[in-house]
Each structure stands twice: as structure tokens, then as C-alpha cells.
Design a protein. Structure first.
Length: 190
């Protein structure tokens, strides 16, 4: 359950190894660790919101709070399918970039307070030129054989705001997880 203020909201938190979801993007993620499934189930009891935060070491099966990045994304769980082995397949929609301000608990799942992280967005001719150029490069990459999920492609081609365009493109880039985290943490749109 979240509190009402923008800077002191409490949500269940799930460490993720890969698959960063950026604000205003959607992705299907699989949650299999017990701590993760407990957090997802707790979120489903309330507003269906959970914080997703990358772990610093993907191979760590049971990370503690010091092994998690400070910046993550608050997501809405749109739909779930229970797996045969207890895992949860969830369609999540990124709502906003957040910074963990305090861990409330670590067991049986993480719960933390967060504050919204605002990006610096300057909509000028240079920004629109960059968007046009990157859009043409995405189309060129597809023509050369890059496979992009149709939904992601449609989202990229039909985005109205520069920050949403940036987040959609970030979802389809072939990057290592630490590079995705760096993109998420960068507050300057350009």
C-alpha cells in the first residue's frame, strides 16, 4: 500500500537480474525467487504497484539491500499468469523512475519508501532533430535485419514526447544490463 506523498510512498520491492523496464514502457518479466513472488503477491493485494530495482551482481540469488542499485522504476502489474513451478509471469508497465529513500523491511520480501526522480527535458530543435535521426536509424536497423517486437516498434514510431521516445528506444537497444542501468540513472534526456 502506498502513502499519499510523492516523496514518502511505500511499496513492495523486487530485485531483478535483467530486463529493466523504463517509464512508460511495458514488458513481460518472470519472477521465480520466493522473495520476488511474495512481493508480487503483496502488490496484487493493493494498488498492483511494485518497485523494480536491478541487482549489482546478477548471479546473486538472495541479494541484500546493499547489493541493489538506488534507482529503479515503479511499475504497475497489468496482468499475471502463474507458472507450473510457482513462478509468476507478469506484464508490467513502467510508471515512473524512483529513488529508494529507505528500506522498511527485507523479509519475507523487500519493502521500501521511494521518491520520484525527475529528468531534465529540454524540447528544442536539437532534441527533435536527434529523435528524427534515431528514428531513422531504428528503421534502417530493421531493414538490415534487426528484430524488434512489433509492439515495441509501434511504440517507438508513435511516441509523442521526447522522454517517452528515449525510454522506448532504450528498451530495444542491445545493451548489457549495467549499461541499461546507466541509461536509467541518467537524468539528462540528451
Amino acid at each position: 500500500m502506498s502513502l499519499l506523498t510523492k516523496s514518502n510512498r511505500v511499496y513492495p520491492l523486487v530485485p531483478i537480474r535483467e530486463g529493466i523496464v523504463f517509464p512508460n514502457t511495458e514488458n513481460v518479466l518472470i519472477f521465480g525467487r520466493q522473495k520476488s513472488t511474495l512481493a508480487i503477491n503483496e502488490a496484487l493485494k493493493g494498488e498492483k504497484k511494485v518497485i523494480l530495482v536491478m541487482q549489482k551482481t546478477a548471479s546473486q540469488d538472495n541479494p541484500d539491500k546493499n547489493e541493489l542499485f538506488e534507482i529503479g522504476v515503479l511499475v504497475l502489474i497489468k496482468n499475471i499468469v502463474q507458472g507450473d513451478k510457482g513462478e509468476i509471469n507478469a506484464l508490467v508497465h513502467g510508471l515512473e523512475k524512483v529513488r529508494i529513500t529507505k528500506f522498511i523491511k527485507e523479509n519475507p520480501f523487500f519493502e521500501a519508501t521511494v521518491e520520484t526522480v525527475q529528468d531534465t527535458i529540454l524540447e528544442d530543435d536539437e532534441t527533435h532533430g536527434i529523435i528524427k535521426y534515431i528514428g531513422s536509424q531504428v528503421k534502417k536497423a530493421i531493414n538490415l535485419g534487426k528484430t524488434i517486437d512489433f509492439i515495441f516498434l509501434m511504440n517507438i514510431l508513435n511516441v509523442r514526447s521526447p522522454i517517452d521516445f528515449s525510454n522506448q528506444v532504450a528498451m530495444v537497444l542491445d545493451l548489457r544490463e549495467h549499461e541499461r542501468q546507466e541509461l536509467l540513472e541518467d537524468n539528462n534526456l540528451k
